[in-house]
Write a protein that binds this ligand. Structure first.
Ligand SMILES: [Zn+2]
Length: 623
């Protein structure tokens, strides 16, 4: 982003002296947005938007209905209150609300500025249906945190999305801003107003700002300065706690990407929410060109927080490849209030999610087995969505029924589509070409400022790859034929098999095979809808059976506990007798306890493979 010192100086003078600007037209002037974080009233912040002079009689002002990357209609205008349009003398002009997000202002030639109050989203997420996804939401917490996802605070005038913005923020002295917006460098250090510049409206919303007490770490990875700023409401975590893990993870990402040209600066704005009060609960992150907003619960232990940050931030960072670099015109010229969706979510989200897993195995952060577990997890999760829905059709209509509830499949089947394409590319090119290679080719041809035609992308991809890619896309991405993943696993010498894994007698790890019926004398019964281990299976016990006696002892929660304790010392030959109640009848069983095992599906390497197949798998996972 370009810093322009003179520009903001001019803007400030105009802002201070309204009368002089009647000579300026909007096209040439800067829109000055003032946000007052000092005088917060009833959890609301006042915003002033001061454009140049308009020459049209009617002026339309809008707050976004949707923003890039969210793929949902959120109507940020619903959080705007007491909207006023003022003329140069400070009198109110007639403003008519057209819909949740739009106002029509009469007598536009006299419009000096618009003024409104903004309510935040984080503390009302529990109360509203279809809450704004927290990483795209807003927070106003006096004294501690302001999450300025600026699309919730600053709007635009129809026809003037391309003019520059100057954003002035009146802020508490003890809170600091983290943002990748250009900072006005000539501000006096004692000024309570921060000043930022954005080249156009898109850049306003592409650069969120988080205000919080200083809790920030910066580090370098191959020419990128990464800043991690963290808000922890109960001071549980410091940015320093996550720094080393983030540094090694993002270093591995950079190595995976190789020479892909990317940003020189990247900010991670991490908001940890308090699960004990009404607070943000849409966990995850939203991508931007040079930053990401991440929301996670503060209650996570450090191990889980680190792993979530690795998975979430790596995904967001890979968005610099797509859609931030490789994207269609629908995204380049995004209509914030009447968006046309692209058909390529299989790539924007699917490729990104696939890379966020692939780089971890390629760079040695996880094992091949871990990677297979993740891919199998995606195959299982994809079963919750419509497998007979065309991915391109879904993508184009993602804001509508019945497509919208299938959105999250972009992270499951979307990633698997990319895995299959990756294997096809490796196979056809003797291991040399891959999805990463393809994305690099596309980002060389297109890029941040050069979008592709939505309908032309597949032709483009097929022209530089193989007929098999064409067939796959037509059948499984454009078409609605479910994918047989075994076909692709076999190419790299893998198969999904049932294997036996050991379990406890009464527990599978932390998960008990029993449950307690508190409504009914707190009897203990064997859980239903769970695959039982060999201990229960061999004794011919079933889900729903209520324990009555074990080895002659009457069973309730209290008397079962010591038996579970003893079971850790059982040998396979240990004998056991039990009675259970099944459908009102008492059933007696007896036998040896055996060595308890459970059946699980696993992706496993096939035996006796050709060197060619082994080489192909290595090219895929170890390249
Ligand atoms: Zn994403």
């Amino acid at each position: 982003m370009k810093k322009n010192v003179l520009f903001i100086a001019a803007a400030l003078i105009l802002n201070a002296c309204g009368a002089g600007k009647a000579l300026m037209s909007v096209e040439k002037s800067t829109i000055v947005a003032s946000i007052d974080l000092i005088n917060v009233v009833e959890d609301r912040v006042q915003v002033d938007l001061n454009p140049g002079a308009f020459t049209t009689s009617t002026v339309i002002f809008r707050i976004p209905k949707t923003v890039p990357g969210t793929y949902s209609s959120d109507n940020y205008g619903k959080y705007i209150q007491d909207f006023k349009a003022l003329d140069y003398k400070g009198a109110e002009l007639k403003a008519t609300k057209l819909d949740d997000n739009s106002w029509s202002i009469a007598n536009g030639v006299n419009l000096d500025k618009v003024q409104y109050w903004v309510n935040d989203t984080y503390d009302t997420e529990n109360e509203v249906e279809d809450a704004v996804f927290s990483p795209a939401g807003t927070n106003i917490a006096v004294g501690s945190n302001f999450m300025l996802n600026l699309h919730g605070f600053v709007g635009y005038f129809d026809g003037f999305k391309e003019v520059p913005y100057s954003i002035l923020i009146n802020k508490p002295a003890d809170l600091i801003a983290t943002t990748t917006l250009s900072i006005e460098p000539n501000r006096k250090p004692d000024s309570l107003w921060d000043g930022f510049l954005a080249k156009r409206y898109f850049d306003v919303i592409d650069n969120p700002i988080m205000y919080a007490k200083p809790n920030t770490e910066s580090f370098e990875i191959n020419g990128i300065t990464v800043t991690l700023s963290l808000f922890s409401p109960n001071n549980v975590y410091k940015a320093a706690d996550l720094k080393e893990r983030m540094k090694s993870m993002m270093g591995a990402q950079k190595k995976f990407l190789g020479e892909v040209d990317s940003t020189k600066e990247y900010n991670i704005l991490l908001y940890l929410s308090d699960v004990n009060i009404p607070d943000a609960n849409g966990y995850g992150a939203l991508e931007h060109h040079t930053s990401t907003v991440v929301v996670l619960p503060e209650a996570m232990d450090i191990g889980r927080l680190e792993q979530s940050m690795v998975d979430v931030v790596s995904h967001e960072f890979f968005h610099i490849v797509t859609p931030l670099s490789v994207h269609s015109k629908e995204i380049q010229y995004f209509d914030f209030n009447d968006p046309k969706m692209s058909q390529h979510l299989w790539m924007y989200e699917g490729t990104t999610e696939y890379f966020a897993n692939l780089f971890q195995v390629q760079q040695g952060l996880i094992s091949e087995d871990d990677f297979y577990v993740r891919m199998l997890g995606k195959i299982n999760n994809a079963e919750f969505y419509d497998d007979n829905m065309s991915f391109t059709e879904m993508s184009k209509n993602i804001l509508e029924q019945p497509y919208e509830p299938n959105y999250a499949n972009v992270y499951e089947k979307g990633a698997l589509i990319n895995m299959c394409l990756d294997i096809i590319l490796r196979e056809k090119s003797n291991g040399e070409k891959s999805m990463l290679w393809l994305m690099k080719e596309l980002s060389m041809k297109y890029g941040t400022d050069v979008p592709f035609e939505d309908d032309a992308l597949f032709g483009e991809i097929v022209s530089i790859t193989y007929p098999e890619v064409d067939v796959f896309l037509k059948q499984h991405v454009i078409g609605d034929t479910p994918i047989d993943y075994e076909v692709y696993f076999e190419k790299v010498g893998l198969a999904t098999n049932d294997v036996q894994e050991s379990t406890g007698y009464f527990f599978d790890g932390q998960i008990p095979y029993m449950d307690v019926d508190v409504q009914n004398d707190s009897v203990v019964f064997i859980r239903e809808n769970i695959e039982l281990n060999s201990f229960f299976e061999d004794l011919k016990l079933q889900g729903g059976d209520i324990f009555k006696t074990i080895n002659g002892q009457d069973i309730n929660l209290e008397t079962l506990r010591p038996i579970i304790g003893e079971s850790f010392a059982w040998t396979p030959e240990t004998e056991i007798s039990m009675t259970v109640v099944r459908d009102g009848e008492i059933v007696a069983v007896e036998g040896v306890v055996g060595q308890p095992v459970k059946k699980v599906k696993k992706i496993v390497p096939l035996q006796e493979l050709s060197q060619k197949t082994i080489d192909l798998r290595n090219a895929w996972l170890k390249n």
